[in-house]
Design a protein. Structure first.
Length: 520
């Protein structure tokens, strides 16, 4: 079985999750589910980023005392876990940067790099963005604001430990050039190469003196300092896979197939992280995929801007499947997208209530009405199949191949468009073949063919939508009389036409996506 190791970023637990966080989760979950459907041995890692100034500050703001950070994060982590459970995020391991095995891994990495002379101590004078937890050089800090989030920067002047990032610049440029899949999409790779060309890399400040920050992992070689939160958090991708406490597992999983991230944290992942690994003698991950931002009235949706949409609220009102579908279908993964509830409701009513919902409802109603709730024998008699039926069969049988081209490349929009082509052909097939007329005219063989084709197309569609809408997929499968065990929903099962057996007893249809009155 080929292995597939995919990761999400670790989310800061300074407050509740919002749409942006759930976006990365849903995308990774879709790709991980798809890999499982192909028979791959999947390891899907997610978790929380719990140290650093952001968290220390939030602890105090929430009425806890300094030193009570762990108590504070212990209250927030379950909110993330709860949302992931509600959204059907099937991760294999949840890592917290406060976990002991992770802390030990960070310290062993620091120790190794320090002993090898790759970490040294010096006075630091420069700029720091607290919300982004990022250091910026004098040239980058134009006008004293963060080049990333445009918020005011803090000036720092203190003694710290530095990692010799600058020594690896030409190695990294070569690595990116010889591994075109390392940073994706392509335009993000060019962005990183552009940045690496425009100025020399500065060594990375990887410590914070305890006089300024207590909440972090202590440097093993100097207990007066804690580790810079990014050095700590990035290391989760190896500690969560078993480094160094479970090397059998680690050797099986590493290098990771994908780190999926938002574009705002590309530099940390595509520059700091591969260099940290290379310096420690560990291979870089195979690929980093950076997605865009969900915006609200032209601005990035973020907790600090206060323009966030609450995923709990959206799920409560529209359901999990609709939420997952909208995020993956509305915007090309990789680009930014403007969020609006109006667009959400429009897509819900047209794609979900109308297209897929009606197809299921009409088809099952006809199985019930014309064949007593049992799937009829299909494909009987010469000329029985009208042209649309042939098209339906061809397109539905090609879906597995289409998904194989798009889903592993995070091209959810194409994958869903291809599935909806099949759904739309099936709906058109009903209109063209008019089963009610076939029934009236006693053309039973033709009627059987049409109804068989519709149930079979729905079976293929139910399996195809599983990575994106796992509960709706299982629901359709079940209503078709095929049970709701996801283990039966494999890619292999939809590579060819004819999987639903005549005589299968279908259920009375229950609406998948009740229409929303947009005037409400
Ligand atoms: N803790 C760091 C990541 C460390 S990974 C070793 C972090 N956390 S975060 O909570 O601020 O963001 C986590 C992810 O959510 C990032 O990939 C970020 O891009 C994503 N999103 C946060 N807001 C977003 C939008 N408005 N839209 C889409 N995703 C965005 O960064």
């Amino acid at each position: 079985m080929p292995k597939f190791y995919i990761t999400t970023p670790l989310y800061y637990v300074n407050s509740k999750p919002h749409i942006g966080h759930s976006y990365t989760q849903i995308a990774c979950d879709a790709v991980a589910r798809f890999a499982k459907m192909r028979g791959e041995d999947v390891f899907f890692l997610t978790g929380t980023d719990e140290h650093g100034e952001k968290i220390e500050k939030a602890t105090i703001e929430r009425g806890f005392k300094q030193g009570e950070e762990k108590r504070f994060v212990d209250e927030i982590v379950p909110v993330f876990k709860d949302l992931w459970a509600k959204l059907g995020i099937g991760y294999d391991h949840f890592i917290r940067t406060t976990d002991d095995y992770h802390k030990r891994c960070v310290q062993s990495l620091l120790d190794k790099l320090y002993k090898e002379g790759k970490i040294y101590k010096k006075e630091y004078k420069g700029w720091f963005c607290t919300p982004c937890e990022t250091f910026w050089s004098q040239t980058q800090a134009q006008g004293g604001v963060c080049p990333e989030c445009k918020r005011p920067l803090e000036k720092l002047d203190e003694v710290n430990y530095f990692f010799k990032l600058s020594e690896y610049q030409s190695w990294l440029v070569d690595y990116i050039n010889t591994n075109p899949d390392f940073i994706r999409p392509d335009f993000r790779r060019n962005e990183v190469l552009g940045f690496l060309k425009s100025e020399p890399l500065q060594d990375l400040c990887i410590s914070r003196p305890k006089s300024r920050l207590n909440w972090g992992i202590e440097l093993p070689f100097d207990r007066d300092f804690v580790t810079y939160v990014w050095f700590d958090a990035l290391t989760n991708y190896i500690s969560g896979a078993g480094y160094p406490h479970n090397m059998d597992q680690f050797n099986k999983l590493w290098p990771a197939d994908f780190h999926v991230i938002g574009k705002d944290i590309l530099r940390h992942h595509a520059v700091y992280w591969p260099i940290m690994l290379h310096a420690a003698g560990i291979k870089p991950p195979k690929s980093i995929f950076a997605h865009g931002w969900w915006t609200m009235k032209g601005e990035k949706m973020s907790k600090s801007r206060g323009n966030v949409v609450d995923p709990f609220d959206m799920i409560a009102r529209y359901g999990i499947d609709a939420y997952r579908y909208f995020l993956l279908r509305e915007v090309q993964f990789g680009l930014d997208g403007a969020f609006s509830e109006e667009a959400f409701v429009t897509r819900y009513n047209s794609d979900l209530a109308n297209d897929i919902g009606n197809l299921l409802n009409r088809s099952l109603t006809m199985v019930e009405k014309y064949f007593g709730g049992k799937v009829p024998e299909g494909g009987q008699g010469p000329g029985a199949r009208v042209q649309k039926g042939e098209e339906l069969k061809t397109k539905a049988s090609a879906l597995a191949g289409e998904l194989e081209k798009s889903v592993p490349n995070f091209d959810f929009m194409t994958a869903l468009t291809k599935i909806w082509e099949v759904i739309n052909i099936a709906n058109k097939y009903i209109e063209d073949s008019k089963p009610w007329t076939l029934s009236k005219e006693g053309k039973t063989e033709e009627l059987k063919t049409v109804i068989y084709d519709l149930t079979e197309a729905l079976r293929i569609v139910s399996v195809a939508v599983y990575p994106f809408m796992p509960s709706a997929a299982r629901n359709i499968h079940k209503q078709l009389g095929l049970g709701d065990d996801p283990r039966t929903m494999t890619l292999k099962s939809i590579r060819s036409w004819g999987g639903i057996k005549p005589g299968t007893r279908t259920e009375k249809p229950t609406p998948l996506f009740p229409r929303i009155d947009s005037k409400k």
